[in-house]
Design a protein around this ligand. Structure first.
Ligand SMILES: [Zn+2]
Length: 745
């Protein structure tokens, strides 16, 4: 690489401007020096004692949607924010939020058993006994149902688990399935079960996944105790999140509601989550073949697939009420570009007391807002408008964020620069995911935050941790000093509407990796647990506040928005290679399978005393797909990104105003108003939560999911559609580069 004259000048200037010796990307050298000063001031202020007190207050009582303490917390947050001198208000919506009316789960037959469905209070844990305000263990948006049938064990309940059952000759048609938590998002489990003809779904927490297998159980240790159960939403979020009765529009006063019987995001069958204490007699009642080794959990008996000889009776009924949501919104007006918005958010509602999820994040966000109040008093003013949002109703299905963003969609599409989310927070490494146009930005941020345990930067620590886990090729890239990869966002928190529906560049951050936990969505996720087993001195809470605050400051004040597009282009190139490999593997697998059927491999393996008796069906070999348009678009994007990145680096922070408007549009152009096949609400063509994974992202989802579903014509159509979007993006980047003086060679 040749060093440009501009880069040499930039280094020389920066040596005078700041003693840290570097100029922030997108800043003039003088502005960079002032900015670094404000950022350092910001990072000095967050106080672990405040974070601890914020958590104690916000998690003191159960505060789910519609509860008295949910509203109380919103009002307390508002009062705190106003006391910091900030312009804050509460925005209210009303959404569908079912709560249990009755729950019954029993095993019939010779050894009858009735599930307890109750997490016991612990004397040592002062908030675990607030039973009058706790929501019982249930899965929100399960439909009502009363079913009696034999039971079948389906492992994690993924589509491939049903393929395995098929080969074992076990059918779930007309059965109730029992799936274990883990691997996919819980809402996928009843969805796939219903597709295979099951009539009910039980989800339990196996000790293998978050119980005694991984550590001592609560209160001796952090892991899930025998009667702990995981609440949670089973709404069909990969279809659309938010209020099930108002898809695509804000649930404001007077909005037209989709009738309940037409809502597509409720489950098709009744669902109930249970503890491993309650699951034990049910699993012991299973007959049928032994399950494969990787299906076995850690309970002390042999795992069979079923069906059970005795029937199981599952009956659930819910109050189908609409409940108020209280989003708390702060607006700090920008002085130079008031119509360019930076949005920072975390939710405040919880399933029960929710110290880890979400109050560890909410507490840090509130502390950031306090620090911004302090900086404003010291004379700092942001160039762009900053929003600090505290969402209600994340847990049931991103209700508060989705309804707010749908209600303000027109303004957000025009003005939003970036959305920065956090949710849970623990001890460990920086965990950031998001739009790859912000990969370089995040690498820069991570270099400026100090890890509280190792005292190296969180960026250096993350790079080293990733080196320890990476492939040889990835290791070389990490060691070369390339930007730290930002994995794609799937779903799982409030960024969904901003990124996937509106096309706003987004990043989700948190610290994790060092604190094991088995209290997720239970009554034990509370202040006592958090202050004994997680970030007990709140130094990672401080790191989260420092990280997010620095992100907001640096994005709000930049002369040229610090996006970088070569990382995006490189990632698209990698996604394309993945898609080609996926298509090639589908062909190779089908050819091999048909060959083995012809050779009689299944006959050779036949053992009437073992499972896997049923041979796989023959399959047509998939056709070749035409990836040429994507190859072309990917190369065009790479060229255009390189030209713009070089021009921005050479511009030294000085550029015409239009460049920022082009950069703001860059993520929007990756969306398509028609949305993804079969799910028009999801409009981003590069990222979506998988239809059958939920949490995990599917990249270039239109093409990838068509290949996975063996819909080859659809895959070819989607290739053209994504290519068109990437060509639009490349054209925008070329246009933006032309507004800048050409980079010196
Ligand atoms: Zn959360």
């Amino acid at each position: 690489m040749r060093v440009s004259i501009a880069a040499v000048c930039l280094l020389a200037l920066s040596a005078h401007a700041v003693d840290t010796g570097h100029v922030l990307r997108g800043y003039t050298p003088a502005h960079s020096a002032t900015e670094i000063g404000w950022e350092q001031k910001f990072r000095d202020i967050p106080d672990p004692a405040h974070l601890r007190e914020n958590m104690r207050r916000l998690s003191a009582r159960p505060h789910h949607v519609g509860s008295p303490y949910d509203k109380d917390n919103a009002e307390w947050l508002l009062a705190q924010l106003q006391s910091y001198g900030l312009d804050a208000h509460i925005e209210t919506f009303s959404t569908l939020f079912p709560t249990p009316k009755s729950r019954l789960l029993e095993l019939l037959g010779p050894k009858p058993f009735t599930a307890r469905l109750q997490e016991p209070a612990l004397a040592i844990d002062p908030t675990s006994g607030q039973t009058a305000e706790q929501l019982p263990t249930y899965n929100a948006y399960s439909r009502d149902g009363d079913v009696t049938a034999p039971l079948v064990y389906v492992n994690y309940g993924r589509p491939e688990d049903y393929d395995t059952l098929d080969r074992m000759g076990v059918s779930v048609k007309g059965a109730i399935v029992i799936a274990r938590y883990g691997m996919n998002w819980r809402g996928i489990k009843p969805k796939v079960a219903a597709e295979h003809g099951a009539i009910g779904c039980i989800i339990y927490s196996d000790p293998r996944d978050d119980g005694y297998f991984d550590g001592d159980v609560y209160p001796q240790g952090p892991m899930r105790p025998p009667e702990g159960a995981q609440r949670g939403s089973v709404m069909d979020i990969p279809n659309y999140p938010g209020d099930p009765q108002t898809p695509g529009v804000g649930a404001v006063e007077g909005v037209k509601l989709l009738p309940l019987d037409q809502v597509p995001t409720l489950t098709k069958i009744p669902v109930l989550p249970i503890s491993y204490a309650d699951a034990t007699p049910l699993l012991q009642a299973l007959a049928g073949p032994l399950v494969p080794e990787d299906w076995r959990g850690s309970l002390p008996f042999t795992y069979h697939a079923g069906p059970s000889t005795a029937n199981v009776h599952l009956a659930v009924a819910f109050n189908w009420d609409r409940k108020p949501l209280y989003d708390v919104i702060v607006r700090i007006p920008g002085t130079k570009y008031p119509d360019q918005w930076i949005i920072r958010a975390n939710h405040h509602d919880a399933w029960v007391n929710g110290a880890e999820d979400p109050v560890a994040g909410t507490s840090a966000e509130l502390e950031e807002a306090r620090v911004f109040g302090e900086l404003l008093r010291q004379g700092w003013k942001p160039d762009r408008t900053i929003f600090y949002c505290f969402w209600d109703g994340e847990e049931p299905g991103f209700l508060g964020s989705t309804e707010w963003a749908e209600a303000h969609a027109d303004e957000l599409r025009r003005f939003a620069v970036a959305y920065f989310n956090s949710d849970t927070n623990d001890r460990g490494y920086l965990d950031a995911s998001g739009s790859q146009s912000l990969e370089n930005f995040m690498t820069g941020i991570a270099a400026d935050i100090t890890d509280p345990e190792t005292h190296m930067s969180v960026g250096k620590r993350l790079r080293l941790v990733e080196i320890s886990q990476a492939s040889p090729q990835e290791r070389a890239s990490l060691r070369s000093g390339a930007d730290i990869p930002l994995p794609a966002l799937g779903s799982g928190s409030d960024w969904t509407v901003f990124l996937d529906h509106l096309g706003i560049a987004s990043v989700n951050i948190g610290y994790d990796g060092e604190a094991d936990q088995g209290i997720y969505h239970s009554i034990y996720d509370d202040f006592y647990w958090y202050t004994h087993f997680d970030d007990t001195n709140f130094t990672y809470g401080r790191a989260l506040a420092q990280t997010a605050g620095t992100m907001v400051l640096r994005m709000a004040d930049a002369d040229i928005l610090p996006f970088q597009f070569s990382d995006l282009a490189g990632t698209v190139h990698d996604y394309l290679a993945d898609l080609k490999a996926l298509a090639a593997k589908a062909q190779a697998d089908a050819r091999e399978r048909d060959r083995e059927i012809n050779e009689g491999v299944d006959k050779a393996l036949y053992d009437p005393k073992k499972p896997f008796m049923v041979p796989p069906p023959a399959e047509a070999v998939p056709p070749y797909l035409n990836f040429a348009p994507l190859d072309q678009a990917s190369d065009d994007l790479t060229e255009a990104a390189k030209a713009l990145d070089q021009a921005v680096s050479a511009a030294n922070g000085t550029a015409p105003d239009e460049i920022n408007l082009d950069i703001i549009r860059s993520e929007r152009l990756l969306t398509d108003p028609q949305g993804l096949p079969g799910r028009p609400w999801y409009q981003h063509l590069l990222y979506a939560p998988g239809w059958y994974t939920g949490y995990d992202a599917k990249t270039i989802p239109g093409v990838r999911e068509a290949i996975e579903a063996k819909k080859w014509d659809l895959a070819n159509e989607q290739i053209v559609r994504v290519s068109t979007a990437l060509e639009r993006e490349a054209a925008l980047l070329r246009q933006a580069a032309h507004t800048l003086p050409p980079a010196a060679e």
